[in-house]
Ligand binder design. Structure first.
Ligand code: FMN
Length: 233
């Protein structure tokens, strides 16, 4: 655990430093009960595309980002930045740029196969969630480490690490009672420009956070059953 007062710096090249790890073992019955409850709660999560403008408890969003930042990462390089955007003008700029790209995408750039894959979701180029939701978390991958003097160092397993962190972020938001959407406008280079991110950062996703609107609808989707996803050997 690293309290907010301690600042991490790269451990590149440092010797191995062991620390004892002896968490109390949870009794099997409690594990079963917790796992069953968690399975039910997680199954209630849905991607929300229609948000209420109502504000959310901001610290809950920061706590969810802190949860995401506990994710495992290749060589513990923690190659992520979460930009929390609340400013309505900046959200409007992001929406305008995203809708410009999405219009081209839905007008044919995605190709027939991709558009067919999206049809059951009922999505289109209009992205009201980017301005309706009271906060956006824009996730950036740090493709490489960039030192203050411009020195660069390779980062390992960046896609995997950031993907895991985003999964944890979505879970934390959901379990804190907040709704979210992982939105990946393509291409999304504009996010780095609008948010003035450094050259080593590449946008990964925009995640609007808030509450579903009163008239929110979601596509009626079926998830794979456990026996469709598990293979026991
Ligand atoms: C990597 C990734 C990218 C996604 N990109 C978009 C997107 O750009 N727009 C969107 O409306 N939904 C997007 N989604 C959400 C999926 O469509 C959604 O998770 C899926 O339809 C299942 O619905 P559920 O999350 O409600 O279970 C994305 C999800 C993932 C994991």
């Amino acid at each position: 655990m690293s309290p907010d007062t301690q600042q991490w710096t790269p451990t590149h090249g440092q010797p191995y430093r062991p620390a004892a790890y002896r968490p109390a073992r949870m009794p099997g019955q409690e594990s079963l009960a917790r796992a069953a409850e968690l399975r039910e709660r997680m199954d209630e999560r849905r991607t929300v595309r229609h948000f209420s403008p109502d504000p959310v408890p901001e610290q809950a969003v920061r706590d969810a980002i802190a949860c995401a930042a506990t994710a495992p990462s290749g060589a513990h390089q923690q190659p992520w930045t979460f930009v929390l955007v609340k400013d309505p003008e900046v959200r409007q700029q992001i929406r305008a740029a995203a809708e410009q790209e999405e219009a081209l995408s839905y007008d044919g750039r995605l190709g027939d196969e991709w558009l067919a894959a999206l049809r059951p979701l009922g999505t289109d180029a209009v992205k009201t969630h980017l301005t309706d939701a009271p906060a956006l978390i824009v996730v950036f991958q740090q493709r490489y480490w960039l030192g203050p003097d411009g020195a660069k160092r390779k980062h390992y397993y960046v896609d995997e690490s950031v993907g895991i962190a985003v999964g944890m972020l979505l879970s934390a938001l959901h379990l804190s009672g907040l709704a979210a959407l992982i939105h990946t406008p393509s291409p999304m280079r504009f996010l780095g420009h609008v948010l003035s991110r450094p050259e080593n950062e590449k946008a990964f996703a925009v995640i609007p956070v808030g509450y579903p609107s009163d008239d929110c609808e979601v596509p009626d989707l079926l998830r794979k059953s456990l026996d469709q996803v598990i293979v026991e050997v």
